[in-house]
Design a protein around this ligand. Structure first.
Ligand code: CUK
Ligand code: CUA
Length: 649
């Protein structure tokens, strides 16, 4: 992909250069440092230097993280947002936020959580028990979530650009985002399981499965039985079919489940457990010297499902994976592990110690023997280096090195996997290459393409939980600090501090060549197929017609939007009507989004190019209500409006 600059821009900058140079000279005269101002000439020089780098020449000491105006980033970063419930897309290395994708939250800009199209996604996958529960509260869905782990679909060990999957720890849901339109198209709530924390996907041959860890232990089914009998509580691991977004199977384990990952062979998934004690208090959960990693044998599980060797609970197959089951193995690791990460070499898996200063390295090639009982559980461990205090997550450069966050030490430690293995075998060897201070208390960290077999060893992000003094004080609630680190050389170099709102836990860094979003919707998109169907039934051509269809107490208002006008300048309804407004954006121009909002009715939604959006409400209050376009779309955008006339009863 080329970042060809337009000759037009060049000329314009040359022209403007005169003024800029004059300004710089003035500043110099005033005693300011000229090199900070930067003349147009210097900018050109920098640009030429940068352009040189795309040619096969000597690689410079340091790669630049500068992305000049008009230039595009090389990577997409898909950030989670924790308790904000959305996904955020950044460009890297500039670390500019590009867009947000609402998921488990309610979003004012797009109408996510209000439009019929989003409500379908937010409601159709809830369990029957939840639907009943919410109905009693007069609600149809949850309006908050806790999204921790965004992971893209794979084909053959790398990203295929189809989907992103993520968890909702708050309400036990899993979402899927379509990467062509960057919109969530499916959300399901998992039965039986309580919360989804760790979430990763099958890497080979493709996704395939989305693996979901049930973190907290509860009675199964959780219907009022065994309330205060923690020994009867269970954690459940779920495999969701990423194509159908239905539960493929669930498996009950001992202990609990924190984070998870999968191998590059399509044979195993594995999860950390920090509560092997089955405790319900902090002291109980920390009491044992060791917890474990549980390994799931996918072939054996699929065979057990085929043999119907399960109980059906909540409409899905639930297998027994507790100790002694042929479907699982439990490998003891030091107290309270957290993250678990498969290296791009397809061989090594790192479980991060948290309470222990160590990480535990497994060799997946030994898992077959473990399941065939030819070796003992700890025989799959090939290294266990002591790295520092509070290791939480590990990233990789694809060159044999690993980068582990140390929460308590506020550092990232770079270490070598082979050296750690030599030390584990008793050789005198120090695997630690460098420790870099980060600011402060890092959780996850991520390397560019580092969760695929195509790890490129260029950039590392450290997602720090505290920013403290790193930014202007904004009051008691501080931003997080996502720090960009250059790992292309021998030494890690911190190059950028990036504030972010609550609270990215995790991110996936994807080379832009893997992602190909569209510029407009197509009329046959399933996202608004219900609206198209209803219009057909009403004899309405959404792309041309604007009209009102009355159907008893229900009124369907169809209108087009084309800058700067809606198809209807006014429409009448009666007080008490159930009104559905369908707006179809017939503009075929890239980036020409309209909105539709009704003042004092709390209605607001986005209508992207070539899409239909709809919203349903009850016209309970008589009077004149102006509707207007919320997206600045035209010079006459302020005039893009009309009146809803609600006739009193
Ligand atoms: S968890 Cu947040 S720092 Cu939910 Cu991936 Cu480790
Ligand atoms: Cu349409 Cu503003």
């Amino acid at each position: 992909m080329s970042d060809d600059r337009e000759p037009k821009g060049m000329n314009r900058r040359r022209l403007l250069g005169t003024t800029a140079a004059a300004g710089a000279a003035g500043a110099a005269a005033a005693g300011t440092v000229t090199h900070l101002v930067g003349t147009a000439e210097a900018q050109d020089r920098r640009r030429e230097e940068r352009d040189d780098r795309s040619r096969p020449q000597r690689r410079p000491e340091r790669q630049s993280n500068e992305v000049h105006p008009g230039e595009l980033d090389e990577y997409y970063v898909f950030f989670s947002s924790g308790q904000s419930g959305e996904v955020r897309i950044y460009g890297m290395p500039s670390m500019r936020e590009l867009i947000r994708v609402p998921v488990f939250n309610r979003d004012s800009a797009t109408g996510w959580g209000q439009t019929n199209e989003s409500l379908k996604v937010l409601t159709e996958g809830l369990t029957p028990e939840t639907k009943t529960h919410l109905a009693k509260l007069g609600k149809v869905t949850f309006d908050s979530g806790d999204l921790h782990h965004p992971h893209l679909s794979f084909t053959d060990g790398t990203y295929d650009g189809r989907y992103l999957f993520a968890n909702d720890k708050l309400n036990t849901r899993v979402c899927r985002i379509r990467l062509d339109v960057m919109r969530c198209d499916k959300i399901i709530q998992l039965p039986n399981q309580f919360t989804v924390h760790g979430l990763r996907v099958q890497k080979y041959p493709r996704t395939g499965y989305v693996f979901c860890n049930g973190e907290d232990r509860v009675p199964v089914p959780n219907d009022g039985r065994d309330l205060d009998r923690p020994d009867a509580y269970r954690s459940i691991f779920t495999a969701v079919n990423g194509d159908t977004m239905q539960v493929a199977w669930q498996i009950v384990v001992d202990g609990n489940l924190d984070n998870t990952d999968a191998d590059y062979q399509g044979k195993y998934a594995f999860s950390t457990c920090y509560n092997s004690e089955g405790g319900v208090t902090l002291a109980e959960m920390m009491s044992a010297e060791q917890d474990w990693v549980v390994i799931f044998n996918l072939q054996r599980i699929e065979e057990a499902v085929r043999q119907r060797n399960y109980r059906e609970i909540g409409g899905v197959p639930v297998l027994d994976g507790t100790r002694g089951s042929p479907l699982t193995r439990y490998v003891p690791v030091p107290n309270s592990p957290h993250g678990i990460n498969t290296a791009p070499d397809g061989i090594h898996v790192v479980a991060n110690g948290k309470l222990s200063p160590t990480v535990t390295v497994f060799d997946v090639r030994r898992f077959d023997d473990l399941f065939d009982d030819r070796i003992q559980p700890r025989d799959v461990v090939v290294a266990e280096p002591e790295l520092g205090l509070g290791p939480l997550h590990t990233a990789f450069d694809g060159k044999g090195n690993a980068f582990t966050t140390l929460f308590i030490d506020s550092q990232v430690v770079k270490w070598n996997i082979e050296t750690a293995k030599r030390a584990f075998r008793g050789e005198r060897a120090n695997p630690i290459i460098q420790k870099l201070d980060v600011h402060y208390q890092p959780g996850h960290n991520h390397s560019s393409m580092g969760q695929t077999k195509e790890a490129d060893g260029r950039w590392l992000l450290s997602l720090n939980k505290f920013s403290k003094d790193r930014f202007l004080n904004v009051g008691p609630l501080k931003p997080e600090n996502d720090q960009l680190i250059d790992i292309s050389g021998d030494r890690m170099v911190l190059v950028h501090d990036g504030p972010s709102y609550a609270e990215p836990h995790d991110a996936t860094i994807v080379h832009r060549s893997k992602i190909n979003p569209v510029h407009r919707w197509t009329r046959d998109d399933p996202f608004f197929a219900d609206a198209v169907k209803q219009a057909q039934a009403d004899g309405v051509n959404l792309m041309e017609d604007s009209k009102v269809v009355r159907d008893g107490g229900k009124v369907r208002v169809y209108m087009t939007s084309m800058a700067p006008q809606y198809g209807l300048e006014k429409f009448n309804v009666r007080q008490g009507d159930e009104v559905t407004v369908y707006v179809t954006n017939v503009d075929d121009v890239e980036d020409l989004t309209h909105g539709f909002a009704i003042s004092n009715y709390g209605i607001s939604m986005e209508v992207p190019p070539q899409a239909t959006s709809s919203v349903t409400f009850r016209a309970e209050r008589p009077g004149v209500y102006w509707y207007y376009c919320t997206w600045f779309c035209h010079a006459m955008h302020m005039e893009m409006k009309g009146r809803m006339l609600v006739e009193p009863q």
